[in-house]
Design a protein around this ligand. Structure first.
Ligand code: 6PG
Length: 246
């Protein structure tokens, strides 16, 4: 089921995957800043991206990005305060934000501490003020859960059907928690998308997502098919082991 713009790149392990991702983020950032004077990046949550953020926060990567020209957003957030252990913002703050010289106004946090409908509405308003009519992120980083979710677009949830709103609250039954997430239209408007998928636990689902039938409600990650942009699946060998690649 690989989409017309899906590319797959297999790295030896999670460390090599983080390094390859850091190289790509730097390359995309430099091109975006050279072209438009800014780089809009939506960060992924979960655990996989931490290694990437730690690399970007240190040499040789940290000095290759002009951080005052970077605007950091989140693809999704847990409905918890920003200092909660589950907060995607907190993970990024610890691994990246505290180590780079980026203006506070360039950090566009989802206010997970608010009631979910309010948090979603405020974030959508903020995005509409920032982007205007078209929310075209230069780069969106995404993870994929073993159930095929991405961002907080979980299988068989209402958020998967949303085609008008840019940000919605979504209840994750498997996580027993409310989330705030970008919707499919916003993700698919991005110029570049990189999935970061590591570990043997993801192998079966990755095989279904990339080579199986199109099941958009069961495998939400399959809905990531940007209209103009491109998708790179950056995966490690363990996650790739079910893919019979030539
Ligand atoms: C989140 C993420 C979520 C994550 C996947 C993979 O808030 O948890 O946005 O979509 O990317 O669940 O998570 P891991 O990287 O921890 O496997």
């Amino acid at each position: 089921m690989t989409g017309k713009h899906n590319r797959i790149r297999v790295e030896a392990d999670a460390e090599h995957l983080a390094q390859a991702a850091a190289d790509l983020v730097v390359e995309t950032a430099q091109a975006a800043i050279a072209h438009s004077g800014r780089f809009t990046l939506a960060l992924a949550g979960g655990s996989t991206p931490r290694r990437l953020y730690e690399r970007l926060a240190a040499e040789p990567y940290v000095s290759k990005i002009i951080w005052p020209h970077v605007h950091l957003f989140w693809g999704d957030e847990r409905c918890v305060p920003p200092d909660h252990p589950d907060s995607n913002y907190r993970m990024a703050r610890e691994s990246l934000l505290e180590h780079i010289l980026i203006p506070g106004e360039n950090i566009h946090r989802i206010q997970g501490e608010l009631a979910p409908p309010e948090a979603a509405a405020l974030y959508e308003q903020h995005l509409r003020t920032f982007f205007g009519n078209e929310p075209r992120f230069d780069l969106i980083l995404l993870g994929m859960g073993a159930d095929g979710h991405t961002a907080s677009l979980f299988p068989h949830t209402p958020a998967l059907q949303e085609r008008e709103r840019w940000v919605v609250p979504n209840y994750a039954l498997s996580q027993q928690s409310w989330r705030i997430t970008l919707t499919i239209p916003v993700i698919n408007a991005a110029a570049h998308i990189i999935f970061l998928v590591a570990g043997a636990k993801k192998a079966e689902t990755l095989h279904r997502v990339l080579t199986g039938p199109y099941l958009p409600d069961e495998l939400p990650a399959q809905q990531v098919q940007p209209a103009q942009g491109d998708v790179l699946w950056l995966i490690d060998k363990a996650a790739a082991r079910r893919l019979n690649r030539p």
